[in-house]
Unconditional design. Structure first.
Length: 187
């Protein structure tokens, strides 16, 4: 599955529970080749920004009766954690964090596919070591230069150059310094 089911379900549940029912707009689920958008006709609580959704926050359902019903049928498991769980689910699934956007009349949650599809990797003009390193990173979440050397039986300079090329192409990020340097995907 390309998207974490729990995260998409949470976005749809939030759109129904938190929507503004005085609005004539509908909850919309838009499916594209590279993303899914869930549109909620409603706004964030006063004083909140989309960044609030990514940190610990209280639950402020606009429709408490609907929220209670969704809680009873276990579509809401924890109050005030849904958006945080969505972010964590996406990271665990290997796709970018969902994008939260407040348009002023709607809240839009966008899930994007992983850029690491087979087709995408083929378009990157990578050598075989780099392609295999990306597969290794998908499975192990991080790689060091010395691990790269041992996996591909290459020199320190070759490993460094290959990894630097991946950094330059914004495929991976370098973390740490000196002997504690390692490489991860940016999401």
């Amino acid at each position: 599955m390309e998207y974490p089911l729990d995260a998409v379900r949470e976005a749809i549940t939030n759109a129904v529970v938190h929507r503004d029912y005085q609005s004539t707009s509908n909850v919309q689920i838009r499916i594209f080749d590279d993303r899914i958008e869930v549109w909620n006709p409603g706004t964030l609580p006063e004083g909140w920004t989309v960044d609030t959704l990514k940190e610990e926050h209280e639950s402020k359902p606009f429709n408490p009766l609907l929220a209670r019903m969704f809680f009873l049928i276990k579509f809401i498991e924890k109050w005030g954690r849904g958006t945080i769980d969505m972010v964590e689910d996406c990271i665990e699934h290997g796709i970018p964090e969902p994008d939260f956007k407040d348009t002023g009349t709607s809240l839009v949650v966008t899930f994007r596919k992983s850029k690491l599809t087979d087709g995408y990797r083929e378009e990157l003009d990578l050598n075989e070591r780099q392609k295999k390193a990306m597969v290794y990173l998908m499975q192990h979440k991080k790689i060091t230069r010395s691990k790269y050397e041992s996996l591909f039986d290459c020199s320190k300079k070759t490993a460094y150059n290959d990894l630097q090329d991946l950094v330059d192409k914004e495929i991976i990020n370098r973390k740490g310094k000196g002997k504690n340097t390692y490489y991860i995907f940016p999401y």
